[in-house]
Ligand binder design. Structure first.
Ligand code: ADP
Length: 688
């Protein structure tokens, strides 16, 4: 028993001495203040009964033995009936032999702390909610078993724990088996238990596959080395044995580790990893394509250029063309802001440089001779186009130049923003090939024309002989008139001018035949299609009449001009007209009719030739444009293929179409109009 009664009285904490049966022996002033009872009131009475005590967390019917040291929170009622929460520490005193003579109790009033504890409760409630609601699986682990084993190993002389665990998977399994799961959240049930809670974590080993043992070992070592957190990617198993990729994290503040607890989080990253793998694979595929492609590929970092363009746009520039006109140096500066970041072997070969490194120069060097083309590219980029194609005169680092087709793609398969990929092809060869093709086509067209002239021979003779006969007759009349003593001058003038007109007509016919017969390079120029149609009809009309057919023309007004070679387009109309006339061989004469219509269709100019002939069967329709396909005796089967070749060289199309009612066959030729944007010769190289 404390000797100094004053000390007892002075203590700010309640101190009560209890006898062996729980009766109050002494009661200090602080106790009087706390419970409202004076020392006289309580000494001798049973404290438990007097203060109606209960202990928080301990059932009333199983109080702790009185003589055991004890710490806990008591709820007691003061004299005025108010409840007090008292943090009590009890220990026996005066132990002589087996039994102590009494108990000393220190009591601290924590009634006022109830508020903070509520806050704490709230916080812990929130934490619980969070713990459960998090999309990650969380487990509270108790480490004591595992740390005991580690201590034991140490005692056995295992110093290099790292090496020991690395070479001893069974030891890691033992550690894992010692982990006790204190609690886990709902996501854990979903992820590991696939919805089953019962068998979850009887032994942590069941979710820990062999290939992830090193992660567990590392996390234990990290905890022992007082690392506060540890994380690694690894695989886990669900209860049914399915593997999944996860990010494993352990939160291990040292005080918690000392208390034997850690919080572990597991995030399922199978999807992320799959996406990442796919991205890596596609990047790999891209790299392979990029590197092994026979086309010369180059990656250009345009991020600086993009910044410059973005700044311009921000500062209110929306017409880059006008801006570049006002700032002539801009194009070159922009070129300098783009750098080559990767090239493939074909590029090195095309640019005739010794090694890739020599290819990494400013774009300005490559495009030195093609600034206008680069200007076009900037406009395209500014307008947001993601692909662009142009033909430029490319300059090699060594200074030589070549004709190059550049196809570029923005925001491509690579994940790097601002990187553009361009594929380059040397088209000098192609240009040469195109020239040869054009020459062949021109030869073919010539052959076709000569063939047509053969078909027209009879009517040509007729057409030319007609004016010649007229001239002859008129000349004879002139001679006769001149022999007259008083020649009629007016009549002479009339005859002379008629002869002259007929001579002009004959000359014209011959010129036309000549132009068709001579082997000339095509001349592309703006044309009104109606004029061309009328000229062609003039050539073919007589031949058609000879076959008992009239040609009717229905020409639309105000049609856009087209770009084309007059002779070639006439040849097409003549061909179609002759075919039409020939197809009506068996049509009753009064029904033989050809109608040529011009019209505007979808912005283009269309020439339609209808006839009332035998028509085309579905089988024939498939082969009409094949070379040497003919159903005519003595036919060559080159008329329609030549027509198609000529029309396609004009950027147009020719096709058999459904004939309108009362007509049997319709061929339609469509030509693009001469217009800004798709006009000549910006988008279409001239057939040579
Ligand atoms: P060819 O006139 O020498 O036969 P083309 O190439 O001009 O050669 O024509 C090929 C074939 O297409 C003709 O033999 C004919 O069968 C068919 N064809 C062409 N135009 C017509 C038409 N207007 N009506 C019916 N068949 C036609």
């Amino acid at each position: 028993m404390p000797k100094n009664d004053d000390m007892l009285q002075l203590s700010p904490e309640s101190i009560v001495l209890l006898g062996a049966k729980g009766e109050v022996l002494a009661w200090n002033a602080a106790s009087e203040r706390l419970y409202g009872w004076s020392s006289d009131d309580v000494v001798g009475s049973n404290m438990r009964d007097r203060l109606r005590c209960t202990i928080e967390g301990i059932p009333a019917d199983s109080p702790p033995p009185l003589f055991d040291p004890f710490r806990g929170v008591f709820r007691r009622f003061a004299r005025d009936g108010s409840m007090r929460r008292v943090d009590v520490f009890r220990m026996p005193y005066g132990v002589t032999g087996e039994t102590p003579s009494g108990i000393v109790e220190f009591g601290r009033d924590i009634t006022q702390n109830i508020q903070p504890s509520r806050v704490l409760e709230k916080v812990s409630h929130r934490y619980e909610n969070l713990f459960n609601a998090m999309p990650a699986s969380f487990w509270h682990l108790e480490l004591l078993g595992a740390t005991a084993i580690v201590s034991q190993w140490r005692e056995e002389g295992i110093v290099d724990l790292h090496g020991y665990l690395a070479g001893n998977p069974a030891a890691v399994r033992t550690l894992i088996g010692q982990m006790k799961i204190l609690s886990f959240n709902e996501r854990t049930v979903e992820l590991f238990g696939e919805g089953r809670r019962d068998a979850l974590f009887e032994d942590l080993n069941q979710v820990w596959p062999d290939e992830s043992l090193h992660v567990f070992a590392s996390s234990v070592l990290a905890a022992l080395n007082r690392h506060e957190t540890y994380s690694a990617e690894c695989t886990f198993l669900t209860l049914s044995g399915a593997r999944f990729d996860a990010l494993f994290t352990a939160s291990m503040p040292w005080p918690e580790v000392q208390r034997g607890q850690v919080l572990v989080g597991v995030v399922d990253i199978s999807e992320t990893r799959r996406a990442r793998k796919e991205a890596e694979a596609s990047e790999q595929r891209y790299l392979e394509l990029f590197n092994s492609s026979p086309a010369a590929n180059v990656e250009i970092d345009c991020s600086q250029l993009d910044n410059v363009l973005a700044r311009l746009r921000l500062s209110g520039v929306d017409d880059l063309g006008a801006y570049m006109d006002a700032h002539p140096d801009f194009v070159e500066e922009a070129l300098d802001s783009c750098t080559v970041v990767a090239v493939n072997a074909s590029f090195v070969h095309l640019m005739r440089v010794a090694t890739r490194e020599y290819a990494f120069i400013s774009l300005r060097r490559y495009w030195a001779r093609a600034l206008p083309a680069y200007r076009q590219f900037l406009l395209a980029r500014f307008s947001g186009l993601t692909t662009y194609e142009s033909q430029v005169l490319m300059t090699r680092p060594g200074g030589t130049t070549f004709n190059c087709l550049v196809s570029s793609v923005y925001q491509p398969m690579t994940s790097r923003p601002g990187v553009m990929i361009a594929s380059l092809a040397d088209v000098s060869e192609m240009s040469r090939a195109r020239q040869v093709l054009a020459r062949t086509r021109s030869d073919l067209a010539h052959a076709g024309r000569v063939a047509v002239l053969g078909e027209l021979a009879a009517s040509i003779v007729h057409e030319v002989s007609q004016p010649l006969t007229a001239i002859m007759l008129d000349s004879q009349t002139v001679l006769r008139t001149l022999n007259h003593p008083a020649p009629d001058h007016a009549e002479l003038r009339e005859l002379a001018s008629r002869s002259s007109a007929q001579a002009i007509r004959a000359t014209e016919i011959l010129a036309r035949i000549h132009s068709m017969a001579k082997r000339a390079e095509p001349i592309y120029q703006p044309l009104g299609i109606n004029r061309t149609v009328l000229d062609a009809v003039a050539v073919v009309r007589d031949e058609c009449r000879r076959m008992g057919t009239e040609i009717e023309t229905v020409l639309a007004e105000g049609l856009p001009l087209v770009i084309g070679d007059d002779v070639q387009l006439q040849q097409v109309v003549i061909n179609l007209s002759l075919n039409a006339a020939q197809a009506m061989k068996h049509t009753p004469e009064r029904l033989r009719n050809i109608r040529i219509t011009t019209l505007e269709r979808e912005g283009g100019v269309c020439v339609v030739v209808d006839d009332m002939g035998a028509g085309v069967t579905a089988r024939q329709a498939k082969r009409l444009f094949d070379s040497f396909f003919t159903t005519k005796e003595g036919g060559l089967g080159i008329g329609l293929p030549i027509c198609r070749s000529l029309i396609e060289a004009h950027g147009g199309t020719i096709a058999l179409e459904l004939a309108p009612a009362a007509w049997s066959t319709r061929f339609a030729v469509t030509l693009p109009p001469l217009a800004a944007g798709n006009g000549w010769p910006v988008t279409r190289p001239a057939p040579q």
